[in-house]
Design a protein around this ligand. Structure first.
Ligand code: TMP
Length: 202
């Protein structure tokens, strides 16, 4: 049985979610909550190895293979790290989760979104976030923030990032209860305040 809270942070590369998830983690710890700060791909152990392949493999990777690697990482993460931590009553903060696969592999790479939803369900054994925060950023700023040193995913180009952004916004539109959108171009402090407000409602 799930006892804790599961919160996911989503958005295109360079949206600032990693800064925000750390700030929220510090805030929750200061309030005395038990937390787990984790990420996909690449939580501890096997996930780190899968992340290395996903981001740095420098030869052809098919979109299907890419999806299954993200899903394999997720299955391991949910079973071995997220569920046990929720069972212990922690607030689990996860930097990317199921919506990234829908946005990047579905909207970005053009794979069938219904099938990705099914595979996500399978990989997570039905676990759903209590809250998802999408940090919305336009594709041009996203790529500018990423800079010159791009990994395999970040090298996918402007049109790809436009589709990814649109994907996140459509996901939010379809799931208004779970998914909240914050303008990622606001200041770090203002964004943090909005994040805390959303989380305190839970
Ligand atoms: P990160 O830079 O936020 O750590 O994420 C790693 C990259 O992997 C980022 O470009 C988004 C991408 N990604 C997907 O394409 N699909 C997924 O399911 C996940 C979790 C991440």
């Amino acid at each position: 049985m799930k006892k804790g809270l599961f919160i996911t942070f989503e958005g295109a590369d360079g949206c600032g979610k990693t800064t925000q998830i750390k700030l929220l983690n510090e805030y929750l710890i200061s309030k005395g909550y038990g937390t787990l700060l984790t990420r996909e791909p690449g939580a501890k152990g096997l996930g780190e190895k899968i992340r290395e392949i996903l981001l740095n493999y420098d030869s052809e990777v098919s979109s299907n293979c890419e999806s299954f690697l993200f899903l394999a990482d997720r299955a391991q993460h949910v079973d071995c790290i997220i569920r046990p931590s929720l069972k212990n009553g922690n607030i689990v903060l996860c930097d990317r989760h199921t919506d990234s696969t829908v946005a990047y592999q579905g909207y970005g790479r053009g794979l069938d979104i219904d099938k990705i939803n099914l595979l996500n369900e399978y990989a997570t054994t039905g676990l759903k976030p209590d809250l998802t925060i999408v940090f919305d950023i336009d594709a041009e700023t996203s790529l500018k923030r990423v800079g010159q040193n791009k990994d395999r995913m970040e090298s996918a180009g402007l049109e790809f990032f436009k589709r990814v952004r649109n994907g996140f916004l459509e996901i939010a539109e379809k799931n208004p209860q779970r998914v909240k959108v914050i303008n990622a171009l606001d200041t770090i402090d203002n964004i943090h305040k909005q994040v805390v407000e959303l989380v305190e409602k839970l």
